[in-house]
Design a protein around this ligand. Structure first.
Ligand SMILES: *[C@@H]1O[C@H](CO)[C@@H](O)[C@H](O)[C@H]1NC(C)=O
Ligand SMILES: *[C@@H]1O[C@H](CO)[C@@H](O)[C@H](O)[C@H]1NC(C)=O
Ligand SMILES: *[C@@H]1O[C@H](CO)[C@@H](O)[C@H](O)[C@H]1NC(C)=O
Ligand SMILES: *[C@@H]1O[C@H](CO)[C@@H](O)[C@H](O)[C@H]1NC(C)=O
Ligand SMILES: *[C@@H]1O[C@H](CO)[C@@H](O)[C@H](O)[C@H]1NC(C)=O
Ligand SMILES: *[C@@H]1O[C@H](CO)[C@@H](O)[C@H](O)[C@H]1NC(C)=O
Ligand SMILES: *[C@@H]1O[C@H](CO)[C@@H](O)[C@H](O)[C@H]1NC(C)=O
Ligand SMILES: *[C@@H]1O[C@H](CO)[C@@H](O)[C@H](O)[C@H]1NC(C)=O
Ligand SMILES: CC(=O)N[C@H]1CO[C@H](CO)[C@@H](O)[C@@H]1O
Length: 777
């Protein structure tokens, strides 16, 4: 009590100081902050109200009474973890940060949806068929929570045909909202929540008056399409004859078709507020979901520390309550250190292209053709060509040629553009969607985009003739334009082509490891299809997006690690339905040690420039849900391991106790290198000093195969890295379920930088593969 009194006294003092210093400072404009206070000690409604009123008390002690309307909680967290969000000035936030109950306080960040980079409605490819194809009765009782842009309940993917009663343990709700009724939920879509954004909540309110709740104006309905798409990838019902206007035809189905879906709408087209994502986590855990799927992240440049990252915090507490969390790795590749959502308690997913491409071919007046990825439903034909021009050559007066080259708004002269096919160049800053609008608006017949960077993920241009080529084809097209007085071309409608092997391939845009926060956990974990995925979509009726004479498609094609993440969510739900007693770390381990590492040409998986893909690009490889059903051995990562991680990472013991809400003592020696020793299904060593003795890591496996089995270690190591596994043989007998082994790494002869390899335990039936990454210095 004394400390609280002291705190309030110091507040008064600080308050005085702050009011003395001029308040005109921009930092003193109130904005939304998240106040995180660690694990919740109580899960009972009544006590939640007590907690809320103590949070309000905290606020009233620091917010001047003249601004009493700010003494209110935007979101209040009180189930899995404690805390709230509120409108605070920077000064107030910094005062609060001194409060002993507060673990962290940070400005409410805006997170992004992980569809492909430029957030133009990308689109791209298949992949659904690479997930388990059977409709399994068993998976009916797994509940997947999807934190995203909401859901379009009328999609046939969310039909509950043939699905049994809602599990009685489900405690969630189906919130009503504009254009969304309770009856929109069913035995497949069992829950739907939405949240008002902080901005909307700043309005005068009386939320403390429970008997008179504020009227929410939103709806669980998806108006973006992202949430509908991701939910149906994870758990959509099988839909025969699904296609996008004839493209990618086949049966669309989720990875776990009879799992239940609960939708948590925390995002809009602009992004997702961090405080709302935390509320969605808190609700999903309370509602009783088994797995949470999050295709969202901070931008890789503004990555914050684990305890200032809303997804890392939410996922930590989910994990502590036995709920698995699967997240997208981000679309900021191919540069290293671009991965987000890289906490060890998160299952982090990279994206791959699979064995299907969409092509719109450019035919030049000289007969040369260049296939380019794109999706269009244009009506041009091979028999007629149109004048072709570089965008710089049709620039508006006084326009810098760099603007015209990238087809910036206002950079083209409509008089010169009309009736031609225009060649624009991508520069990464002007989204394709905008470029296409600029060219179309100037009445061009069609558009060819030269963009080496984005050509791996086809852009969807509706009925507008559009295609995209890489630098080499682009060079030839420009050369042709230079070579003739009257260059001409046409763009053919999209055809689906079997992908030029190999497949899968690491998607160009997929964010790469190592993780910026710690390199002693290998990230990403795994890879799944994320390019040109066909799945449920909100009906998109804008002019130009629906081919003439067709009905609006109920499916859409999208790309991003956003699409890869729910493939893994669905696979995890499938495994949980078969092994309901398995923990989330066992499921993750099963998927990781059985991942596929060769492509359809029986060669090593590659990146998009054709080189062998390394674990910083693809994690341990491409998911293989069926193999993961029977992994033989699993690596379990316990809650305690994650607390040790926080110690090794460097958080004060006091902070970790608050986060865990229990008496907990860090190991007496805690330093970053010990993170490598956490019982993770892969191994990463961020610094192996070649002049020092070997560095050794320990792992414990649990036998989930037949009780009597003998495993032998097989080593796949790069030249020069000396590796010893001990013991080399593990014998399991009945009653002996777990075994520990050590791996030591010595880098004396190794080349500098990261080396990769694997240790595979083999019993004649199961191959249990542990990938390692070692940075030799
Ligand atoms: C699924 O359940 C139904 C009804 O209980 C049963 O008739 C059917 O055989 C089951 N299918 C499978 C694949 O187990
Ligand atoms: C809550 O709202 C009701 C209805 O407007 C009002 O009668 C009551 O006094 C309010 N309670 C508080 C604590 O403001
Ligand atoms: C909330 O909305 C309902 C239906 O639109 C309306 O009947 C009710 O009066 C509103 N309540 C408040 C407090 O505005
Ligand atoms: C799918 O399409 C094929 C050919 O168009 C048709 O024969 C078949 O009946 C359709 N199946 C369903 C379930 O609609
Ligand atoms: C293609 O369709 C557009 C309308 O969408 C029409 O204006 C144009 O004349 C058509 N072109 C051809 C070659 O049919
Ligand atoms: C085409 O001509 C322009 C200027 O006339 C020149 O800058 C460009 O390099 C040429 N491109 C090719 C591919 O020859
Ligand atoms: C593919 O891998 C090679 C070799 O590691 C690397 O040089 C290249 O940049 C990678 N390509 C991409 C697109 O990441
Ligand atoms: C495992 O071995 C023990 C002892 O050799 C034997 O009694 C037991 O039946 C075996 N169990 C299985 C499942 O083979
Ligand atoms: C792949 C595809 O569906 N292409 C279409 C492009 O648009 C023309 C005209 O609408 C169709 O005939 C093609 O089938």
């Amino acid at each position: 009590m004394a400390s609280i009194l002291q705190f309030f006294l110091s507040l008064c003092l600080l308050h005085l100081l702050i009011s003395l210093s001029a308040a005109s400072n921009e930092n003193e404009i109130p904005k939304s902050y998240v106040v995180y206070m660690g694990k919740s000690s109580n899960n009972h409604g009544g006590e939640a109200e007590v907690a809320e009123s103590s949070h309000l008390q905290l606020l009233s002690a620091i917010i001047p009474s003249s601004e009493s309307e700010r003494i209110s909680l935007i979101h209040s967290y009180n189930h899995a973890f404690k805390g709230f969000s509120a409108m605070l000035t920077q000064g107030e936030a910094s005062i609060l940060s001194g409060h002993e109950e507060i673990v962290s306080i940070f400005p409410d960040p805006l997170l992004q949806l992980h569809t492909t980079r430029s957030w133009d409605f990308l689109n791209v490819e298949s992949g659904i068929t690479s997930t388990p194809l059977f409709h399994h009765n068993l998976s009916r009782d797994v509940i997947i929570g999807v934190i995203d842009t909401g859901i379009w309940p009328e999609s046939p993917s969310f039909s509950d045909n043939g699905i049994g009663e809602i599990p009685s343990r489900w405690k969630g709700v189906c919130m009503e909202g504009s254009d969304f009724k309770k009856s929109n939920c069913n035995r497949k879509l069992i829950g739907a929540r939405y949240y008002n954004t902080p901005k909307a909540l700043i309005q005068p309110k009386s939320s403390s008056n429970k008997s008179h709740p504020i009227n929410l104006t939103g709806s669980p309905r998806d108006s973006v399409g992202h949430g509908t798409h991701t939910a149906s990838i994870a758990a959509g019902a099988p839909i025969a004859n699904a296609s996008y206007y004839g493209l990618a035809p086949g049966t669309a189905r989720g990875g776990s078709p009879s799992a239940r879906i609960a939708s948590y709408k925390a995002c809009s087209l602009e992004g997702c507020s961090g405080s709302t994502i935390m509320k969605a986590f808190d609700d999903a855990i309370k509602d009783g979901v088994d797995i949470i799927s999050v295709s969202i992240g901070m931008t890789s440049i503004f990555q914050s520390d684990f305890l200032n990252d809303p997804i890392a915090i939410g996922a930590f507490h989910a994990q502590q309550m036995g709920v698995m969390v699967v997240c997208s790795a981000g679309n900021s590749g191919p540069d290293p250190y671009t991965i987000v959502n890289s906490a060890p308690w998160i299952f982090t997913v990279a994206a791959s292209n699979i064995d299907r491409d969409f092509q719109s071919t450019v035919v030049l007046g000289n007969g040369k053709t260049f296939p380019g990825p794109a999706i269009n439903f244009s009506n041009l034909t091979r028999s007629k060509t149109y004048p072709l021009a570089r965008s710089e050559d049709v620039a508006a007066a006084f326009t810098p040629s760099s603007d015209a080259r990238s087809c910036y708004p206002g950079s083209l002269d409509p008089k010169k553009v009309r009736g031609k096919i225009i060649v624009c160049s991508g520069d990464g800053s002007n989204p394709r969607r905008i470029q296409k609008l600029v060219v179309e608006d100037a009445k061009a017949i069609g558009m060819i985009l030269i963009d080496e960077y984005q050509k791996g993920s086809p852009f969807e241009s509706g009925i507008y003739p559009f295609t995209e080529v890489g630098d080499i084809a682009g060079f030839h097209i420009l050369k042709y334009i230079n070579s003739t007085k009257n260059p001409t071309a046409t763009i053919l409608p999209t055809k689906e082509v079997p992908r030029i092997r190999p497949a899968p391939v690491v998607a160009f845009f997929s964010s790469r490891g190592p993780g910026g926060l710690t390199e002693n956990i290998l990230k990403p974990d795994i890879m799944a299809p994320g390019v040109a995925i066909l799945a449920a979509m909100i009906p998109k009726t804008e002019v130009g997006s629906v081919p003439i004479g067709r009905k609006v498609s109920k499916f859409g094609i999208r790309s991003g690690t956003s699409m890869a993440c729910p493939h893994v969510t669905g696979a995890a739900a499938f495994i949980k339905s078969v092994h309901p007693q398995w923990s989330s770390s066992m499921i993750r381990s099963a998927l990781m040690t059985t991942a596929i590492i060769s492509n359809n040409m029986r060669k090593d998986l590659t990146n998009s420039t054709g080189f062998s893909a390394n674990p910083h690009e693809m994690g341990v490889g491409e998911i293989s849900p069926l193999r993961a059903l029977n992994p033989g051995l699993v690596f379990e990562t316990a809650s305690e391991d994650y607390l040790h991680f926080l110690c090794y990472y460097g958080y004060p013991e006091k902070t970790i106790r608050a986060v865990a809400n229990k008496k907990f003592t860090c190991p007496s020696t805690s330093f970053d290198e010990l993170i490598s020793n956490i019982n993770y299904p892969s191994i990463s060593i961020s610094k192996l000093d070649r002049h020092l003795a070997a560095q050794t890591v320990t792992r414990t496996v649990r036998n989930v195969g037949s009780p009597n089995s003998t495993y032998i270690a097989q080593l796949h190591a790069p030249v020069g890295l000396e590796i010893t596994v001990s013991p080399k043989k593990i014998v399991f007998v009945e009653g002996l379920e777990r075994a520990t082994f050590k791996v030591s790494f010595k880098g004396k002869e190794a080349s500098r930088g990261y080396s990769f390899g694997s240790i595979t335990w083999f019993d004649g039936l199961h191959s249990v593969r542990t990938v390692f990454a070692v940075n030799v210095e």
